[in-house]
Design a protein around this ligand. Structure first.
Ligand code: 8YV
Length: 325
């Protein structure tokens, strides 16, 4: 049995594969290997551990003769054609739960950094502009007692809501397909329509998957319904906002600020106007990037592969393990 691993992964994953006498190849070059380059190689492999933006489409899957599982080292799987995997009898695993705290920390950090223009101030100091103090300069917004609107109240959204309710007594409203009883009971969260959320939130934080329904959900029209004092936070997927519309909304004062761990496209270039806006904080997709979380993600990704070879159910399945058709 052989496993292809698309990026360097924490040692724990390799240890688990070694312990189970499973051979693996790790792509170690410092660039993402594109699908067309990987396809000819994949004929030799029974499993793939995917980290990063590899496009796993129907053509890719049809070309992998022996593939039994796509083991995502991520919670998101928007880059995988799940229907094609199902049709071809290829399992798909992911790593939910273990990254919720770290990702919510990143959302919280970005919200706070945007509200106090922290990244911009840091840049000014690096430029030698420490003495730009003035009583009317550098003014941010406070979060205490404000309203947080969560779009997609799953595990990560819940952790973000918990942090904001705990730290600032923020009122939590949410837009979600279903009711989140735990959030309503524990945090007094109130489920509202999308428009109500936009109109009433001081911070809108996105925690939903990228799907055809959420693709560019945040566009010119949607930003125009938000408060001019609102902060938009996206730690989910860059594809959920239209970046041109976001830039325009920030430039013309439609909304106040933004905190982004994900951009559209990724990577963003250094000349992106978002990087020069005082009220905007940007990070390079580091939501789950802590030692503890990445170890936990790598271990689940490896165990999902091992369990597939043992004919067992996956630890976390997007497409359950079935005999390959
Ligand atoms: C990963 C993520 O870092 O879990 C996700 O969906 O976006 C991140 O945790 C990224 O997908 C690389 O695997």
């Amino acid at each position: 049995k052989r496993v292809y691993i698309t990026r360097n992964v924490p040692e724990i994953a390799l240890q688990l594969l070694n312990d189970n006498q499973i051979d693996y190849t790790v792509w170690t070059e410092n660039r993402h290997q594109p699908a067309e380059e990987l396809i000819p190689v994949m004929k030799e492999y029974d499993a793939i551990i995917v980290s990063g933006p590899l496009q796993v489409d129907r053509h890719f899957l049809e070309s992998c003769r022996h593939l039994r599982i796509i083991s995502m080292m991520s919670v998101g799987y928007d880059n995988v054609d799940v229907t094609a995997a199902k049709d071809l009898g290829i399992a798909v695993g992911n790593t939910p739960g273990v990254l919720s705290g770290a990702t919510a920390d990143t959302a919280f950090l970005l919200m706070l950094a945007a509200s106090r223009k922290a990244f911009h101030m840091h840049k000014e100091i690096l430029r030698g502009n420490w003495n730009f103090w003035d009583p009317t300069a550098n003014l941010g917004l406070e979060l205490n007692g404000k309203t947080l609107g969560i779009v997609g109240l799953g595990r990560i959204g819940f952790e973000m809501a918990q942090r904001c309710a705990g730290a600032y007594g923020m009122k939590i409203i949410y837009y979600n397909r279903g009711i989140n009883e735990e959030a309503e009971r524990q945090l007094g969260a109130i489920r509202v329509s999308f428009d109500e959320l936009l109109q009433n939130s001081d911070v809108v934080s996105v925690h939903t998957a990228l799907t055809p329904e959420t693709k560019e959900l945040f566009n010119k029209e949607v930003f125009s319904k938000m408060k001019p004092s609102a902060i938009f936070v996206n730690t989910a997927r860059g594809g959920i906002h239209n970046e041109g519309d976001l830039i325009a909304a920030l430039q013309n004062g439609t909304i106040w600020g933004a905190g982004l761990d994900v951009t559209n496209p990724e990577p963003m270039t250094a000349d992106n106007p978002l990087l020069n806006m005082p009220n905007v904080a940007v990070l390079p997709h580091i939501g789950s990037a802590t030692v503890d979380t990445r170890n936990a993600m790598a271990a689940i990704a490896a165990r999902n592969v091992i369990r597939t070879f043992e004919g067992k159910e996956l630890e976390h399945a997007v497409v359950e393990n079935v005999t390959r058709v």
